[in-house]
Design a binder for this molecule. Sequence first.
Ligand code: GRF
Length: 202
Amino acid sequence: MNPLRLGVLASGRGSNLQAIMDAIQNGELDASIQVVVSDRADAFALERARQQGIPAFYIDPKSFPTKIDYDLAVAAALEERDVELVVLAGYMRLVSSEFLARFHLKMVNIHPALLPAFPGLEAQRQAWEYGVKFSGCTVHFVDEGMDTGPVIAQAVVPVYDTDTAETLAERILEQEHRLYPATLQLIAEGRVEVVGRRVMVR
Ligand code: GRF
């Protein structure tokens, strides 16, 4: 089988992108990153991609009249390179339904909480403030909601009395870096099947 062609969208530091690139290099993930796109010029993710020789583009949302126009430009950058799976890695924008229609069940995200608990921003802090004893991260397909799509995989971490929101976030991030490449590998192997909201790994 040919390596799964990924397109990564990222807005920030890109540590998940790095984990994915590392897994590809180590032979743990049978995929290739065709392009990285960011909505922020200063995203370190762009820098990380360029260091590996991966085409990386900043597309400025402000240079498009509407959100849909922006999303169509991003979609074109992915489609031009025959991207088979869109990987959101710290992408801080909700995608429009026009974008979703193009990548239905071909787009995944990682969220730093055990969904459906604590969707949205600062999920690690939300979990810490709520006082849960376990949290973690979730890889899910993207649908029109905020962090609401079918769950593919989750990893759990304990929350200790001595934790701060920051130490909890670090513990979760370690798991993100393991879970995301491993889940992408399951998809690359064609083992992930979606039945309604439920995702089965064969
Ligand atoms: C991660 O915590 C991820 O779960 C969330 O955004 C953060 C991105 O971090 N969606 P990075 O840019 O991959 O380092």
